[in-house]
Design a protein. Structure first.
Length: 384
């Protein structure tokens, strides 16, 4: 599978104000202050995989396990649920003429004001579940549009939140258009993690929510007196979570930040192809991958504004590589922890394993026995 170096590992770009207006440490701190008011909030675990690191020929490996996030099995809860909350707070303040607070919203204190609101999105599963869970928790209604390749297990998980499901015959990007058009006709509010010209505020809110994940990881490393990673591998998709991680690290550490490597399915390589082309570009792959949440045809415009300058490399993996890593993590080496991860959640670890097996790619990324690597398990295993 190919690797494309987007920037020189020795010359990361300065983080400028236009990028800081999208993702920043200050905005991340504000999100954490709000989200921490939710009774269900607690940081997700950061596992140390000592034996796996040795097997890969690296110095250390840290695994941020998002399967515990808000009981929703995936990091998407940070972005989708938070964005629903922010949208509802804005609505309440406009309707009531007074300031509303996240704690009261999280405790169901505004249900009478928002019960008639419907939020919606297109999703392969995790983002839709997060939006639906946010709607249920705060007291409004949700309608989630699913593409033709969304797994039945993901559909059931969304139904369990009480949301209505609309299945579309097209892929994710086709479904996104249908969701947007339907919302416009019915006066629903679109909570999308994909930005396009004229629709960027809510996707930005979603992305800022995702920064909580990397902020927690950095703080957890500092709390245990461990040094900053040298390499961070992160999943692709439309680019929202990758941009959140890359932007946060660039703002917090400047040019001393870790190297950021974005991993996608070979069948859905829109970020990899955009990097190769030097501009926003669609995927060249077939779109057929069991890593469903990463099956995206085109990048988010605001995510690409950050990734084009602050991601160091883009790479693709096969479904077989992802499945192999799922099996590896549930059969740990020695006393490494047992990790149950889903198809999309294993992508960053699979990317690391692929690089570690290639002397050429190891050299390109300066990955060696002294490297300290952080990966993200962005979703837990799907129900069997």
């Amino acid at each position: 599978m190919p690797l494309h170096l987007a920037t020189s590992p020795h010359q990361p770009a300065e983080y400028a104000n236009p990028e800081r207006a999208i993702i920043s440490v200050a905005a991340s701190d504000d999100v954490r202050a709000l989200i921490s008011q939710c009774p269900a909030y607690e940081p997700t675990p950061l596992h140390t995989l000592l034996n796996k690191a040795r097997a890969l020929g690296i110095g250390s490996l840290q695994y941020k396990d998002e399967s515990f996030r808000f009981g929703l099995n995936a990091f998407k809860a940070l972005g989708g649920t938070y964005a629903v909350g922010k949208v509802l707070l804005n609505y309440i303040e406009k309707q009531s003429g007074r300031q509303a607070d996240f704690k009261t919203l999280a405790e169901g204190g505004y249900k009478d004001l928002i019960s008639d609101i419907t939020v919606t999105c297109a999703s392969a599963g995790n983002h839709g579940r997060a939006v639906a869970a946010g709607a249920k928790h705060f007291g409004c209604h949700a309608v989630i549009f699913l593409p033709n390749d969304a797994a039945d297990e993901r559909e059931q998980m969304i139904k369990d939140t009480g949301a209505d499901i609309i299945r579309h015959t097209g892929d994710y990007d086709d479904t996104l258009v249908v969701a947007e058009n339907t919302a416009r006709e019915k006066n629903w509010i679109v909570i999308s993690d994909t930005a396009w010209p004229g629709y960027e505020d809510i996707p930005q809110t979603v992305m800022i929510g995702y920064t909580v994940m990397i902020a927690e990881a950095v703080d957890q490393l500092m709390a245990t007196k461990q040094p900053l990673p040298t390499h961070v591998f992160i999943q692709g998709g439309v680019g929202g979570v990758a941009a959140a991680v890359a932007g946060y690290l660039a703002d917090r550490y400047g040019t001393a930040r870790p190297m950021v490597i974005v991993v996608e399915p070979e069948a859905a390589d829109c970020l990899y192809n955009s990097s190769r082309q030097g501009r926003l570009s669609e995927s060249t792959g077939s779109g057929k991958t069991f890593m469903g949440p990463l099956n995206c045809r085109a990048p988010s415009s605001i995510a690409w504004a950050i990734l084009s300058k602050h991601a160091d490399a883009f790479m693709t993996i096969s479904d077989a590589m992802a499945q192999d890593v799922i099996n590896q993590l549930k059969t740990p080496i020695g006393d490494d922890p047992l990790i149950l991860v889903g198809p999309a959640g294993c992508a960053s670890t699979a990317g690391l394993c692929h690089v570690a097996d290639s002397e050429v790619m190891r050299g390109q990324l300066k990955l060696d026995e002294n490297s300290r690597v952080l990966v993200f398990g962005t979703e837990g295993a799907l129900p069997s």
